[in-house]
Design a protein around this ligand. Sequence first.
Ligand SMILES: Cc1cc2nc3c(=O)[nH]c(=O)nc-3n(C[C@H](O)[C@H](O)[C@H](O)COP(=O)(O)O)c2cc1C
Length: 149
Amino acid sequence: MHYSTQKMAHALAEGLIAEGVDVAVYFLHTDERSEIVKDILDSKLVLFGVPTMHNEPFPSIGDIVCYLRGLRFDKTGQKKLAVTFGSMGWRGGGTKKLADAISACGFEVLQDLEAYYVPSENELVEYFEVGKQLAARIATEARSKTSIV
Ligand SMILES: Cc1cc2nc3c(=O)[nH]c(=O)nc-3n(C[C@H](O)[C@H](O)[C@H](O)COP(=O)(O)O)c2cc1C
């Protein structure tokens, strides 16, 4: 709505990139679902960003969640890590509901980060640090590619 979630995405991506992680960033308004899912399947860690709208995750993420549910990749025994994040204006909760939906697709959700409206400079520094910590978390994994949606 006001690109606050996108600001969080960029700060997280910069933290991961600063530690040498290969990061692909997608924007659901412009990027093609099949391209996004191809990178998700290739990624060890996926960060899903949504603002809260009407107490729910912003609806366009439903497209990806529906596709991931259909792929049933959790049945392959592959373990994927995830983080949900996003901006909210009052009670929030969209990221938590998204975390539940993503867990049902077989992801292990490590964190759920919510910002109140436009994240401050200090908060963006915190998200940058979170990105660096996530890089350390996946450093031991064989495939460390990361996608942000
Ligand atoms: C139509 C509409 C519905 C919203 N519903 C909620 C809501 O239920 N709970 C909440 O915490 N914030 C709600 N918000 C506030 C947004 O989550 C908030 O403005 C957020 O910063 C938008 O993030 P973005 O800039 O990444 O789009 C709503 C905003 C709009 C425009």
